[in-house]
Design a protein around this ligand. Structure first.
Ligand SMILES: O=C(O)CCC(=O)C(=O)O
Length: 288
């Protein structure tokens, strides 16, 4: 039986394509995590493969929110990263649901991505920007405009899928957990203007904002990102793409979440592990 708070989160997630859950972790936990991330010799590999960070992804508080939005049994395929960047990170709206040509209004994408940010982004730049409701939208580029007009390629789509959705800079504070649908349009490294911190600008424009006009960001920018999904055709496509993408070569080499103790903990927590990326990488697959 779900609590009222859980039901509200589901409603918000279904409507907006994201939720920001306040105070999941304590300030000390986040500062400890930041310290651990800063001390890693290498940040390659998925989160479960880092002994000092594994507990955070398998934390009951994280899993209960993910399971509330998905279902009790969830799938993890090794798609998670540890970030700790001193420079300016990338800034452009994108969705993580790759090779996805389905009608986003008529079909569901039962996959979520979560972000744990290791510094404040409510009063600082550098946070997450999303387009509200954009898990039901397609990108308004030339290919999709042709699709709207001609139904080709990949079949017709309803006209109301061709919308942007209101841009929002999320007021992420240390301890918050952000979860978004894999189809939701989003970008990291949002710039907040000094005089209008809530004004949500286009990320392309933000690249040209001089530093003196923006609220500073806290560097290095630490964050953990991870994907969980439900068994589905959409998840299969995603896992295949992640397993074979050339940019993941080093990631799979450094991952070892098939270790028996990790596998046992995941089994106990009702997490199905998929080793497609690991297996392919170890088979000598040539990434191109
Ligand atoms: O860096 C961020 O805040 C966003 C990261 C992101 O786009 C992703 O993990 O899919």
């Amino acid at each position: 039986m779900k609590s009222e708070a859980e039901k509200k989160l589901i409603q918000a997630f279904q409507k907006d394509g994201y939720v920001l859950i306040r105070g999941v972790f304590g300030l000390e936990e986040i500062s400890d995590l930041r310290n651990k991330v800063s001390k890693l010799d290498s940040r390659e590999g998925d989160i479960l493969s880092h002994d000092s960070l594994r507990h955070i992804l398998l934390d009951g508080r994280v899993l209960s929110h993910v399971k509330n939005l998905l279902a009790d049994r969830i799938v993890y395929c090794g798609d998670s990263t540890v970030n700790f960047l001193d420079g300016v990170g990338f800034r452009f709206f994108h969705q993580d649901s790759t090779d996805d040509f389905e009608d986003p209004i008529a079909t569901e994408c039962p996959i979520v991505r979560l972000g744990i940010y290791l510094q404040d982004h409510a009063k600082h730049s550098g946070g997450l920007k999303v387009r509200r409701g954009s898990h039901r939208h397609v990108y308004l580029g030339p290919v999709n405009i042709r699709r709207l007009l001609t139904g080709k390629p990949n079949g017709p789509l309803p006209q109301k899928a061709f919308r942007l959705g209101k841009g929002v800079n999320l007021d992420i504070e240390p301890g918050d957990l952000a979860i978004w649908n894999l189809r939701t349009w989003h970008t990291g490294n949002a710039v907040r203007l000094k005089w209008f911190p809530n004004l949500c600008l286009s990320p392309r424009l933000e690249n040209y904002i001089p530093a003196w006009m923006a609220l500073p960001d806290i560097r290095p920018r630490g964050a953990l990102f991870a994907t969980f999904g439900l068994p589905s055709a959409r998840l299969e496509t995603y896992i295949k793409e992640r397993a074979t993408h050339f940019s993941n070569e080093a990631h799979w080499k450094a991952s070892r979440f098939d270790d028996s103790s990790i596998a046992a903990e995941c089994a106990e927590k009702n997490i199905e592990l998929r080793f497609d990326g690991l297996t392919l990488s170890r088979s000598g697959y040539k990434y191109s």
